[in-house]
Structure formats: structure tokens, C-alpha cells
Design a protein around this ligand. Structure first.
Ligand code: F6P
Length: 638
């Protein structure tokens, strides 16, 4: 497959800090995530990170440009728009940020001008839908629609892996429009961006992004924001560090420009920058330029929030353990309840579980007080689309509460500034506490705020994280939201690890629902079987099409696997069994009762006998080791 022969993108590499995360206990999992998240601020592999002067310089210029556009809206009644766009989690972070920044504008009497786009439309906010991510013309069309009637559009295309054709289509459109500024955000060097051919398109992501990079050297209408933050803790799972970095960068740039516009400090303790005398040549030396310091302080607030979260690793691990004790049950569920953006972060965390770990739609759910009302989403109430889109607390009460059992874990997400919490959340939580479900409480607490009123002895586990920074512009829980994202990512990832859905630090039951994920599956097979890329791809296609015959498979597979979206990698391990007459699986069946997913991987490796018995034996050893680790965790920790 074109593009796979060259060095892998950083975002698709295995993170050395988490290679054995599948054998760790809950606290060990959280500690490994702490190490991986540290790379967000510290950088990785000698590349520029978020604190590198080169990146800070670009962030600063971008925030100045944004502030100028916002000022034109205010002073000249212009209709300038800022559009964040992305696929999957990148689109969801785009949604949460545009929602928050619009509320800040409104609070200070300004017209909201932030918009978001997500591949597949608003339905993708809740249920992952990866196929539209491969469609550049649709990306361009969505952008044209949102830009209609605007004087100027600042387009921010987010693709953590620099790999999404949907975003490439939009950048390709925006950089040729005189009234658009194009910003590309992602976490790979541009030279490593995805170069695979794209169906129905004559360019690759890399061609488009390199063109933008060239433009960015000479024009102030093109920006590339691509700090390198290291590989994901679960290989390729960009909902984690990629999503967190996106939130930090958008906050750093756009809260700074809002501060410039509004003349209001982002944090009460922050002083506004002294105005540079007009004739001063601005030197982008961050240690010297006073105007830069608020932006850098903001970045430091995020960094301190990260540190504070992981100073509570023990608490996070105990919530993880509680969640895993349910998820490891045959029909266990993890349900988040919350309000406002903190509640919405529960929805976002749950949304990626299906494609990443192959879980059922009901296994991880989020509910938010008020449902879609006031959620700042484009299409409004989505509950008509079906059960999974019914996300209000009333809908939780009618759809889920009556069916709660002791295999379910309900995690109540509170912000301390919510006092007793919104009335409905309070009432529902009382009902949940009286149900057979296991209940956990997670409070993001503001310094100095008493949270005693939230604590209730009926919670099995209650964790309070007191944050040094909580709000921005008085009311928006920007830092609490960032902290919550880190904790929820740890809980849901950890629960899946303990269930046996991760091998090494690799997802092994991902849905093959677009081209990028198909490529990722090939890389996984290559890695664990020792096969070369062509053979791995061929084996995958044989399993998908249930045909051993090489000629038929070659004829029937499309250039891009658009037709295979319903397949999960681990189920293909199973289907490969029926294909291979020579496989004698049963004798290599060490863990089938307890950890079926791991066994599937093992089956797959056995199917690969032709690539060498040695690699099968080596894999078996590794499997047994990790299965033992897992058994120990389950029996001693949960
Ligand atoms: O294709 C699915 C997915 O991998 C999601 O898990 C992820 O959130 C999304 O793509 C976005 O990826 P990127 O930001 O790299 O374009």
C-alpha cells in the first residue's frame, strides 16, 4: 500500500513508555499515561514541542491575526468567522472549543463568530463515523457552506496525524481563497504527513500540506501548528494525547486573542500586556517580550493542570479500578453523568470506544443535564436519530436507570463551582445511589471551594481533584475541562486494557472503517506476525473476503477498503480460522476462557504459520506473559 513503505508517522508509532501497559495494574496504567502526557509539554525526539520558540512564535502570530479579525467584527461590524474542523475527536474538540469561545464573546456583548465542522456532521459527535473522513470534496463543500456570506474566514483544520483527507480537502480549498486564512494543526512533521492515494481525488494529504507549508513561509494567511508530542499511549489512539494537545493549543491561541479583544484578563491573577509602542520592532523572544507572557502563562496553566491531575494518580487509579470491575463483567457498562461542558466531555470520551476497542454502543455512555439544549451544536436536538443520541438526564432516567445492575458503573462528574450541581443532576444522582449500580464521584474542585455538600457515603469511590486553575473569563471551566479529559481518557482506556482489549500498547479490535484504519490494521498484523506489508495486507483481505484464493482476492478488493467498514480486526482473526486448512489452533489455546480477545489475536498469529513458527512461538510467550499479568491484576486488584 502506497505510503506504508516510508517511515511511520510519529502519531502511529508505538510509545516506548507504554509498551507493557497491558500488564500493568490500575496505578501502573495511570503512571504510564502520566509519562506519555508529559511529552505534550516536554516535547519528543528532538522535534519542536509546544514550548519551543518556533511553535510559540506561530501561536503568537496566529493569536494576533485572530484578535485583528475579532476587532474588525467589533469596530467595523464585519462578518469574520473562525471555523475549527476535524474528524472524530478532533471535530469534537472543535465543537467544545467553539461552544466555549462563543459563550465568552456573548458574555461580553459580542456576536458569536466561532463555528465547527466535523466529518459526518453532528451525528459524529456521539457515534464515530469514519468513512466521511476519507472524503476531501465533502470537506471542501462543508467549508464553503459555513463560509457563505462571511467577509473573512480563519479556517483551522485539525488532523492530529496530518492524515485526514476531509481536512486536506478543506485546506486545499481555503488556501486558494483570497478571503480565507488557512491554519493546519497536527502533530507530525509535514514531511511525514500521510501520502497514500485518496479515492476520487488527485492529491494526497502530504501534497496539500506541503503546499501550505511553503505558503506559510511567505504569507500571513497560512499557518502550520505542528508541535511533536510523541506517540500515543495506545498506538494511534489520537483521541488521547492528540485531542488533549488540540485543546491546549486552541485554548492558548484563541483565549489569548479573546483577551486582547475584550481587554479582560483570562484569569483574575493575569495582568494584561503592556502595549508595545508603535515604532517598536517586535522581537519574538519570549523571555523578553512582555506581550507574549500572558500567552505563555496560559500554556503554563495547562501544564500545571496536567501536573495536578497526575498528583492524584492514586485517586484516578481507584476510579479506573471501579470502572474496570464493571467493564470486565459480561454485560458491564460505564456511564458518565454530568452537566455543561464537563458533562459533554463524558459524551466525547465514550464516543471513541466503539471503533477503538470494538465495544458495543451501550457499553460506554455519557449523559448531560439538559441534553442537546444549549450544547452549542449546529444541528440542535439529535435525540431523534436513535437511542444513542438520547443523552439528557431525563432520557437516562427513562432509558437506562431502570435497567441498572451491579455490573454497571455510574460515574458522576461534578465541577465544584456547580455548588449542589444543577437540580436535575442532583436528583438523578440520588436515584442512582439508591440503585444496584456501583457509583463513583469525580469532582473537579476550584481552589478554596468547599465540596463537602457533594460527598455522599454511598459512593464506592469519590475522588476530588483540587485545581490551581479552573475557569477562564470567570465562568468557563476551561482548565477543569482539560483535567477531566485526562482523567476520563485514563479511566476508559484503563478499563479496556484490564478487559484485555489491548495487546502490548496496541489496539487489537479496531474497526476497519476507513483507509487510515485499514492501514493501521495492516501495520498491527505486520508487527505481530513478522510478515511483510504486502503479505499482511493480503492476509487481511483474505480474511475480509473469506477467500483463500489469491487471484480472487486481488480482483475483488477495492483500491480503498470502503466496503469493509463493518469489520473489526479481532473478528477477522476468527474468520481467518475457517480459511486456513493447515491451522491447528486448538493446541495453542492457552487463554481462551478468560480472555477471548487475546485469543483471537493468537489465532491470527497461528494462521500466519507460513511466516515462521518462531514468530508464532515468540508471540505465544508474550501472550502468556501478558495474560498472566492480566490474570494477576484481575484477581488481586479488582
Ligand atoms: O479514523 C478515526 C480516528 O482515528 C479517530 O479515532 C480520531 O479521533 C480521528 O480519526 C481523527 O484523527 P486525526 O485527528 O488524526 O485526523
Amino acid at each position: 500500500m502506497a505510503g506504508l513503505q516510508e517511515p511511520r508517522r510519529v502519531t502511529e508509532l508505538s510509545n516506548e513508555l507504554t509498551r507493557d501497559i497491558d500488564t500493568a495494574d490500575p496505578l501502573g496504567i495511570v503512571r504510564r499515561l502520566c509519562g506519555s502526557d508529559a511529552q505534550l509539554f516536554a516535547g519528543w525526539g528532538g522535534h519542536p514541542g509546544v514550548n519551543d520558540p518556533v511553535i510559540l512564535d506561530r501561536l503568537w502570530k496566529l493569536s494576533l491575526k485572530t484578535a485583528a479579525l475579532l476587532k474588525e467584527n467589533q469596530d467595523q461590524k464585519k462578518n469574520n468567522r473562525i471555523v475549527f474542523s476535524g474528524c472524530g475527536t478532533s471535530g469534537r474538540i472543535a465543537w467544545l472549543c467553539s461552544w466555549t469561545y462563543n459563550r465568552i464573546l456573548q458574555k461580553f456583548g459580542h456576536t458569536p463568530c466561532f463555528h465547527y465542522l466535523i466529518a459526518g456532521g453532528d451525528r459524529s459527535l456521539i457515534i464515530s463515523n469514519e468513512l466521511p473522513e476519507d472524503d476531501p470534496p465533502k470537506g471542501a463543500e462543508d467549508l464553503k457552506k459555513v463560509a457563505e456570506g462571511a467577509d473573512h474566514v480563519m479556517f483551522v483544520g485539525i488532523t492530529c496525524g496530518l492524515s485526514a483527507p476531509y481536512v486536506a480537502g478543506q485546506i486545499d480549498h481555503s488556501m486558494h481563497q483570497p478571503n480565507m486564512t488557512s491554519v493546519l494543526m497536527g502533530f507530525n512533521p509535514v514531511s511525514l504527513s500521510r501520502n497514500a492515494p485518496i479515492e476520487k481525488w488527485d492529491k494526497t494529504c502530504r501534497q496539500v500540506f506541503l503546499e501550505l507549508e511553503t505558503l506559510s513561509c511567505t504569507s500571513d494567511s497560512a499557518f502550520i501548528i505542528n508541535p511533536i508530542v510523541g506517540p500515543e499511549p495506545i498506538t494511534g489512539s489520537s483521541r488521547m494525547k492528540g485531542g488533549s494537545t488540540t485543546a491546549v493549543l486552541l485554548g492558548t491561541v484563541f483565549l489569548t486573542s479573546l483577551q486582547t479583544l475584550l481587554g479582560q484578563p483570562i484569569l483574575p491573577s493575569m495582568t494584561l500586556p503592556a502595549r508595545e509602542p508603535e515604532e517598536t520592532e517586535v522581537v519574538f523572544d519570549h523571555s523578553l517580550s512582555p506581550s507574549l507572557s500572558p500567552m505563555v502563562s496560559l500554556l503554563d496553566c495547562y501544564s500545571q493542570t496536567y501536573q495536578t491531575v497526575y498528583r492524584h494518580s492514586g485517586g484516578v487509579a481507584s476510579l479506573l479500578k471501579l470502572a474496570a470491575s464493571c467493564i470486565c463483567q459480561p454485560s458491564g457498562r460505564l456511564i458518565y453523568l454530568g452537566a455543561d461542558t464537563l458533562g459533554a466531555l463524558g459524551l466525547v470520551d465514550a464516543s471513541e470506544m466503539v471503533p477503538t476497542y470494538g465495544v458495543g454502543l451501550e457499553e460506554f455512555r455519557g449523559f448531560v443535564a439538559g441534553g442537546w439544549e444549549g450544547c452549542g451544536n449546529t444541528e440542535g436536538d439529535l435525540s431523534g436519530y436513535g437511542k444513542t443520541f438520547r443523552v439528557s438526564l431525563s432520557q437516562f432516567e427513562s432509558d437506562v436507570l431502570p435497567s441498572l445492575t451491579d455490573q454497571d458503573c455510574v460515574l458522576c462528574l461534578h465541577g465544584s463551582s456547580q455548588r449542589t450541581g444543577p437540580p436535575h443532576l442532583h436528583t438523578i444522582v440520588n436515584k442512582v445511589l439508591a440503585s444496584p449500580a456501583k457509583c463513583g464521584l469525580l469532582v473537579m474542585a476550584e481552589n478554596g471551594m468547599s465540596c463537602n455538600h457533594l460527598l455522599d457515603k454511598r459512593y464506592e469511590t469519590a475522588v476530588l481533584i483540587r485545581l490551581p486553575y479552573y475557569h477562564a473569563f470567570g465562568k468557563e471551566c476551561v482548565f477543569a475541562g482539560f483535567a477531566l479529559k485526562l482523567v476520563l481518557n485514563a479511566i476508559s482506556t484503563g478499563a479496556n486494557i484490564l478487559k484485555g482489549r489491548v495487546y502490548g500498547n496496541e489496539m487489537i479490535n479496531l474497526r476497519l472503517s476507513n483507509d487510515k484504519l485499514f492501514e493501521r490494521a495492516i501495520a498491527i498484523i505486520e508487527k505481530w506476525s513478522g510478515a511483510n506489508e504486502e503479505d499482511a495486507k493480503f492476509a487481511l483481505l483474505r480474511a475480509i473476503y473469506k477467500q483463500d484464493d489469491a487471484a480472487n482476492v486481488t480482483l475483488s478488493h477495492p483500491a480503498c477498503p470502503l466496503l469493509i467498514s463493518e469489520y473489526y480486526l479481532s473478528s477477522l482473526f476468527l474468520s481467518s480460522l475457517s480459511l486456513s486448512s493447515s491451522s491447528n489452533i486448538v493446541q495453542y489455546h492457552p487463554t481462551s476462557q478468560r480472555h477471548p480477545l487475546r485469543t483471537w489475536l493468537f489465532h491470527w498469529l497461528c494462521y500466519w504459520q507460513e511466516v515462521g513458527v518462531q514468530s508464532v512461538i515468540a508471540a505465544e510467550r508474550k501472550l502468556l506473559q501478558s495474560a498472566k499479568g492480566l490474570r494477576d491484576v484481575i484477581s488481586t486488584e479488582i
